[in-house]
Design a protein around this ligand. Structure first.
Ligand SMILES: Cc1cc2nc3c(=O)[nH]c(=O)nc-3n(C[C@H](O)[C@H](O)[C@H](O)COP(=O)(O)O)c2cc1C
Ligand SMILES: [Mn+2]
Length: 502
């Protein structure tokens, strides 16, 4: 099924699939929506369209990404693993051997060649145009999410900039604290592309913010692509059709034609204010810090525009599934650089920068350490605070199984690597901001090559006996395998993981 082309098509799809509830009661975007959403997300509940947010004419959509099923639905796939398979297909493109191979190769090349955005002359995002004094961010039902937040924050934006040196466009998702009717802060962190674009100007940088996009384009703003690769191309690739862009009204940028709402404006190189605190996805308030001010020169909208929002806070929250999509989409690129990696998992409770579990096809002494250091050198994964390495046969998504090997295979003096490096902007634990300790745990099997004594065999039943029991199972009269906790190794861990994710 083709993924939804814009937010309205997405809402219709969610509704058809029984994945959306319309809330008609008047509800306050000041804290009340957060509490409702927090309960709904944690129960694996539906997307919510608040039709009467207090103080605004615009409905508020939230929890659109809140389950694995909805995330997959948004991408038009059955399972998130398919996303990685599609990327792998293109990345692993080999010179074709026969004619069929050639045709398949061409198909794949076309899927990338046609991915770039396309400029169109007009779009529904400009049905209503408010400029200058008419701009009023208070028209939108912007949420104040947590009691310690000093103001409402726009939480699900796609922030568009261009690198002033190269002209390369960037999309990033950076929260925006509302200052007044016509300005906000722009919370682009130290490692982010939008911030680099801003720091590369000597005067002011034009900025546009798109709100209310189709799910794939919205996701793409959160994707950790290398700076020279445009997020809209990734979006076009997964959408199967280019993102359509129109010229903005007051700045020299293009904006997604089908967005619900667009904020146009600029940021000065040297105008900073104190942003925050904000109850963030770390589960803690991020402290006040200087960030630049975004001045809004125009606010354009569809008629009856729908405002999208998301709540972050103590995990699990809705953003867990944006993170899981990233994990699956980027696995092939990670494996391209570090091919011995079989799979990896970034636990939701680790808020995506605290922990990476990685399984490897181990070939030589010290191999696990090579992979730890590779991860600490790889894109945004370099910010990972802990890396746990297990052997190829271990299921990295089964935390109980991983815990078993960490307990069983590790000599803490021999197998723990302590080092230092860059850390996530928001990590409050290190003594200094941005830089601090990292831990690697080698939970692979060791052996004489690594200077240890003979490594014992793992306890497993023979295939013959397993086949015999499979064949005879009905004869034993033991009730069906039920939830399988006692029968299938690891399923308890899987249930736990579902609980953690929910
Ligand atoms: C809901 C949500 C909120 C986010 N808020 C911020 C933020 O305020 N600041 C930031 O730098 N990154 C934030 N991120 C992460 C960035 O969107 C992500 O790192 C992305 O890759 C940035 O794009 P860039 O690599 O082009 O800079 C957020 C991600 C999500 C899913
Ligand atoms: Mn980028």
């Amino acid at each position: 099924m083709a993924p939804p082309a814009d937010l309205r098509e997405w809402i219709r799809l969610l509704e058809r699939e029984g994945e959306l509830v319309r809330v008609t009661a008047e509800v306050d975007p000041d804290l009340e929506i957060t509490e409702i959403v927090d309960r709904t997300v944690k129960a694996g509940g539906p997307a919510l369209l608040f039709e009467n947010p207090k103080g605004s004419r615009h409905p508020l959509l939230i929890n659109q990404f809140g389950t694995e099923r909805r995330m997959a639905l948004g991408f038009g796939v059955e399972r998130l693993d398919e996303l990685g398979e599609r990327v792998a297909d293109v990345l692993e493109l080999q010179p074709p051997a026969g004619i069929m191979d050639k045709l398949r190769g061409l198909q794949k090349l076309k899927s990338i060649a046609g991915s770039g955005p396309r400029t169109v002359r007009s779009g529904p995002c400009q049905e209503v145009v408010l400029e200058g004094d008419d701009v009023d961010l208070n028209l939108l039902p912007v949420q104040r999410c947590w009691p310690g937040d000093p103001a409402p924050f726009i939480t699900l934006p796609a922030v568009i900039t261009r690198d002033p040196r190269t002209g390369v466009r960037n999309l990033g998702m950076y929260r925006m604290q509302v200052i007044d009717r016509r300005s906000t802060f722009m919370h682009w962190q130290i490692h982010k592309d939008g911030r680099a674009d801003w720091l590369a100007t000597d005067g002011r940088i034009p900025v546009a913010v798109a709100l209310g996009l189709d799910p794939i384009t919205a996701y793409s703003a959160s994707a950790p692509l290398p700076k020279h690769i445009g997020e809209l191309m990734l979006a076009g690739f997964f959408r199967g059709q280019p993102v359509e862009m129109v010229k903005a009204k007051t700045v020299d940028l293009e904006v997604p034609a089908h967005a619900e709402i667009v904020l146009e404006g600029y940021i000065e190189r040297d105008e900073l204010g104190i942003e925050g605190p904000f109850g963030d996805h770390t589960g803690f308030y991020t402290p006040p810090e200087p960030f630049p001010v975004f001045h809004v020169t125009a606010m354009t909208m569809r008629r009856d525009a729908i405002y999208p929002s998301i709540v972050v806070g103590k995990p699990p929250q809705e953003d867990a599934w944006l993170g899981k999509a990233t994990e699956r989409i980027f696995l092939p690129a990670v494996r391209m650089t570090v091919p011995e990696i079989v799979d990896y998992d970034l636990p939701v409770a680790g808020t995506f920068h605290n922990c990476v579990i990685v399984s490897i096809d181990k070939k030589f002494p010290g191999h696990a350490r090579k992979v730890m250091h590779a991860i600490w050198g790889l894109g945004m994964l370099s910010l990972s605070k802990s890396v746990v390495v297990v052997d190829a046969h271990v299921n990295v998504h089964d935390y109980e199984e991983v815990f078993f090997y960490v307990g069983a295979n590790v000599d803490p003096v021999r197998d723990v690597v302590l080092t230092e490096g860059p850390l996530d902007h928001l990590d409050h634990a290190p003594t200094r901001q941005f830089f601090g300790g990292k831990i690697g745990i080698d939970a692979t099997a060791k052996g004489p090559l690594e200077g240890t004594r003979e490594w014992p065999d793992e306890v497993v039943m023979s295939d013959e006996v397993k086949a015999l029991v499979d064949r005879r199972w009905a004869e034993y009269g033991i009730p069906a395998q039920g939830d399988g906790a006692l029968v299938q190794n690891g399923s308890a861990g899987k249930r736990l993981r579902q609980l953690v994710r929910r």
